[in-house]
Design a protein around this ligand. Structure first.
Ligand SMILES: Nc1ncnc2c1ncn2[C@@H]1O[C@H](COP(=O)(O)OP(=O)(O)OP(=O)(O)O)[C@@H](O)[C@H]1O
Ligand SMILES: [Mg+2]
Length: 217
């Protein structure tokens, strides 16, 4: 990607020739990814489309280091956030504690205070300022998804990996979340790789890639 002044933008995520094969005892292995190579520049937004079962979540988990590729390489920034398709909030922690979780290792009082004020601000932005002390079980599916988004943003990451972040939201709430994702990189810094089935979500991205037959096209 070239920036406005013609400079080459910095690549912050790069994959080369990723393959992923799942072996299941007693069955033929499935080759879900068959050589995926792409890169994402700082501040760039990329949508990953593809049919159910095409390997989108598998790819995103590999990008986030949650799953090892069978072969191939991933270079990612240290500070990134992840929004899971199934939220994965900690059931015994409150909404605020869940959002603060990625900043657990921030030890100085100043860093803790920054994380707390950012968590509260983000929860306000996703419309949950009155739910800070709720447990995940006391929230609707869409509310849980919004907590998961706030959690992914609390460290002010260089990259957000999001698996269908508007999948469980009504049109209006989905539009709010997309607005937040659009504003992610008002500073031009935070990149987004978003798996989505939604036209509206794909429309906020700079680039759309489709996963088909194990490859990105
Ligand atoms: N741990 C696993 N073991 C075996 N097979 C798996 C495993 N995880 C995923 N698969 C298979 O890999 C394929 C891709 O799964 P994946 O979850 O990446 O699809 P997806 O594109 O995210 O689909 P959806 O749009 O429904 O979320 C599926 O056929 C699935 O059954
Ligand atoms: Mg998926």
């Amino acid at each position: 990607m070239e920036s406005a002044n013609g400079e080459q933008a910095m690549v912050i995520l790069e994959t080369s020739d990723i393959t992923k094969r799942f072996k299941i005892p007693g069955a033929q292995p499935i080759e879900v990814l068959k050589g995926v190579s792409f890169s994402v520049s700082a501040g760039e937004k990329v949508a990953i489309l593809g049919r159910s079962g095409s390997g989108k979540s598998t790819l995103l988990h590999i990008l986030g280091g949650l799953l090892k590729p069978t072969s191939g390489k991933v270079l990612r920034p240290r500070n990134f956030g992840f929004v899971f398709q199934a939220y994965h909030l900690m059931p015994e922690l409150t909404v605020l504690e869940n959002v603060m979780l990625p900043a657990q290792s921030w030890r100085t009082p100043l860093a803790r205070a920054t994380a707390l004020s950012r968590a509260v601000e983000l929860l306000g932005k996703v419309g949950l300022k009155d739910r800070l002390d709720h447990l995940p079980a006391e929230l609707s599916g869409g509310e849980r998804q919004r907590v998961a988004l706030a959690r992914a943003l609390v460290t002010d990451p260089e990259l957000v990996l999001a698996d269908e972040p508007t999948g469980n939201l009504d049109a209006l709430t989905g539009a709010d979340i997309l607005k937040m994702l659009t504003e992610l990189s008002s500073d031009g810094k935070t990149a987004l790789v978003m798996v989505t089935h939604s036209q509206e979500a794909a429309a906020i991205c700079d680039r759309c890639l489709t996963l088909q037959d194990g490859k990105l096209i």
